[in-house]
Design a protein around this ligand. Structure first.
Ligand code: CDP
Ligand code: CDP
Length: 231
């Protein structure tokens, strides 16, 4: 079997990572891995089991029977913990509020990173688009395609506000800023690492952003094929 092409995409909240990565995967016939959803599933599990997310030892102990599954077919996305479908529940504000504390625990990061790597390695698709905060730098630093998806803070807030149901735009903006600050103390996703291509979506609509990302993928894959000697 051939090695799947890994497309690594990082960026802050509201930059368009999830929606753009999924559409890119669909366009290329690749799988899609939402790593943030996995961190969220762990946070959901802790809240469900009444484990305090801010107590690292308790969180690490919970990994022993943390049974989660994530769909990587872009047309059949789901997140499950045990037998419970948590696809919607992991987006609740209480989960969003707990996730950064969980994500800053090194044992949690290495445990999930191993899971992500095996999902990428074992995919039945020709490639996989994996998105998060540390995919280009930690999870898949050797990926042939690495992209930092950015957008001005104002644009990111506006996008998130549009998705609102109950909460006020100001509250969501504040929560987003606080979470990005907490997360960026753990991994740097605000500037591109060496060899990472930046796609700034501030002035691009959704379709234009997908085209830009697909363009980078095609360009990088073509170059990789040119420079890799054939045996
Ligand atoms: O979609 P949104 O940008 O709101 O967040 P997400 O991608 O679902 O990620 C949720 C949380 O998981 C982030 O706030 C980070 O704390 C954490 N995360 C991480 O630490 N590393 C990743 N590779 C992905 C997510
Ligand atoms: O995963 P992340 O938090 O980075 O962003 P997302 O949840 O994929 O995108 C947030 C919202 O921005 C979605 O409703 C997208 O459709 C929208 N979006 C946009 O309006 N323009 C873009 N260029 C990219 C995304």
């Amino acid at each position: 079997a051939t090695v799947p092409v890994v497309v690594a995409i990082d960026g802050p909240a509201g930059s368009g990572k999830s929606s753009v990565s999924r559409a890119t995967a669909r366009a290329l016939g690749f799988a899609y891995l939402d790593t943030g959803a996995s961190y969220r599933a762990l946070a959901w599990n802790l809240l469900d089991k009444r484990v305090d997310p801010s107590v690292p030892d308790a969180v690490v102990a919970s990994l022993g029977d943390f049974d989660f599954a994530i769909g990587t077919d872009p047309d059949a996305y789901f997140v499950r913990v045990g037998a419970t479908d948590v696809t919607e529940a992991i987006r609740e504000p209480r989960v969003t509020g707990a996730v950064s504390a969980v994500a800053r625990i090194p044992e949690v990061r290495s445990w999930l990173t191993e899971r992500f790597r095996s999902i990428m390695r074992d995919t039945a698709f020709d490639g996989i688009v994996a998105e998060g905060r540390d995919i280009t730098t930690v999870v898949a630093p050797d990926a042939p395609v690495r992209i930092l998806l950015t957008a001005d803070e104002e644009a990111r807030m506006a996008r998130r506000s549009k998705e609102l149901t109950g909460e006020s735009a100001a509250a969501v903006g504040e929560a987003l800023r606080t979470r990005d600050q907490a997360d960026s103390r753990v991994v740097d996703f605000m500037k591109a690492a060496d060899g990472v291509t930046t796609v700034d979506s501030t002035h691009l609509d959704f379709e234009q952003t997908v085209s830009a990302v697909v363009g980078v993928v095609n360009d990088r894959v073509a170059r990789t094929n040119e420079t890799t000697p054939r045996h």
